[in-house]
Ligand binder design. Sequence first.
Ligand SMILES: [Cu+2]
Length: 734
Amino acid sequence: MNDIEGVAGDGQNQVARRTFLKMGAIGAAVFAAGTAGSVVVPDLRRRGLWTPDGVFDAASIAWANAVYTEAFPTSPLILSPFSDELPVPRALAPIAKSEWSNWAQPPGPGLGQQSSLGNQQHQIWTPPGNPVQDPIVYHIKVQVNQHGFTSSQVLPIDRFGKPTQSFDAAGKTYRPGTTRTLPKSTIHAFNGTFPGPMINAEYGRPVIVRFENQLDLNPMNLDRQDFGAPDLSFLTHLHNGHTAPESDGNPHYSMISGPKHHGYKPGMWVDNMYLNWPAGGDDREKQSFFWFHDHRMDHTGSNVYKGMVGLYPIYDPKNGMDMGDERQGLRLPGVRTNNPDGSFDVAYDIPLAFYDCRLDDGVTVHQDIHDAQGEFPDAHNPRKHPEWWGKTFYKHFPNHGFVGDIFTVNGTAYPVLEVKRRKYRFRFLDASLARIYEFKLMSSTQGPKSSVSLGYSGNELQGQYRIPDGQQCMKWTQIASDGGLLPTPITRDSFELWPAKRREFVVDFTKYQDGTPTTKGDVIYLTNVMKMPDGRMWSNSSRFAPDPNYKIPMLKFVIGDNAPDDSVMPTGLLREMPPIPTITQDMLDNRMVFEVERGSAGGEIEWLINGVPFDPSTVATSLKNPHGSTPKAQQKMNSFNLWEIRNGGGGWVHPFHLHMEEHRTIMRNGKRVDVTQDPSHPDDSGREDLGALDPAESVIVYRGFRDFVGPYVAHCHNLAHEDHAMMFGWEITP
Ligand SMILES: [Cu+2]
């Protein structure tokens, strides 16, 4: 890789082989980054974690660990939960050809037409077998704006739940017990909204999204606070589209090709081509729900938390199978309206994006090693920021990750949705940095009580409200996971939702699980029963040490009027799975092996894969497989292989995401799960792009590498881990 600006062949970064051998595991990490002339190097050096000969300075590590004592504020208590309506997204309108064809640089298939940099080209413009037609063009501007999570009054509280003082931007201090209106939080977001726009896509109809960086414009002169990529660059990943590298928004690509930078800077644009074409042209590889989010190296977490989230349901019109029309095909809930602008909306088919946040209390010191290293100099950290009271708080901690104490759905805290008495389809997305949820449908006679009023304090306040008398009243019918429709539906009492995962369910609001009909005015709570006090993992869930008192209502459904319903509760085949070949011992022995672990180096590089932090300039190397070889993470185009992902740590969970194609889980913890299911992971039966790894678990997945060539990544989707280099590069070769 000799095309990284300014770092190629930099002899200063070379580590003497002798030194490397003495250094052991930590040294290996340094060595790998150093010899590759990685662009990571200057960053580490800037942070005081790198010395010229590539050896860590012990004192700097100790210092780094000391400042990583994570202190988070307690958000003010929302006094009137379940009064704001759930925002139900509407489809974004495309740009008419008469308009985009007059752009100074319209989208096109030619060399230099893929971005404003003029050095990129779409690998595929028209998918094989598709009619040659213009893609549908959307224009999404990455903008500064502001967002409110609630319209309710709030009561500022401390970590013990006691009323406490609060502040405002003008420097005023308010006495404990004073209720307040929350200021809006500054967001960096797609078209300036959180969540961002929803694109309703269809297989067979390619889409171009022109993402244009306008983050330098700040017409309202909003205070950007002290998180988000400091250089205002972005990189959008459609998670998990079957997408060419130049449109995939991954840092292994962006650092060595295209922008040759962390992302696209203000003033730049990039046309991401979403072919809406299944891997290998195989209908069995079709998916149903993507989302797009920022993927800028080192700041993915802070950019996503600052609002860069968009929704992308994808429908399958072939034979009317899953086209948003409940009278056709699988007859899943959905009533479709075709809009004059070419977009379409589907009623009774609702995406739900989950996101947890913390709001500044004005007394928690903002500290983060990056503050001392030149990021956000205007914040003058470490210090308190009473002027930011009530706005989103985030610091770029590598340690336990980040969990919020206010839970939101589609950008609103504790919303309410009136539903008709009929079936609905819900598309769940965990857009949180680290939080894992476990959802049940519950009824409650006495309704939500604030955790403060129930006597809780500290981490037990997370989620703010509980339903002490909550009882499960309905079951879920799961129809899809990350990889699209499951082979057959799964009936569940509860389900887990890990970061970046999607799962889809049909809920019948006409009756309870015991068969009793619902009546108008009945209330059902979407309830989180997984307690996760920090980014490490859950402390209590249905699978491990259930806490019957932890029942956090997140969304209130109110049963409304009857409505026509032509949908059918699915029972049989949804979608045939693509075939898996006979797995031979030889294939297993030759697999690639990647182990995610918490390294001993601490500080900025404690999260490692195969002993090394992410180096965007090169591909990873497998650990030694049973065959005795250590292959490079390179695959020939149109090949298939087995990859093992191991969680090397006992006390952590990692949602591990593989870009590009959906995989099938073949083995979990040494047992075949394609033959006999693991009850802890029932949807291992479908296809996924994110392996949920419990502590010390391992999975062996079967993957395809079709249709495109070039660099991709795989990484932990706990975004604090990802931003601390728990990622590796891999590539598809011609
Ligand atoms: Cu992780």
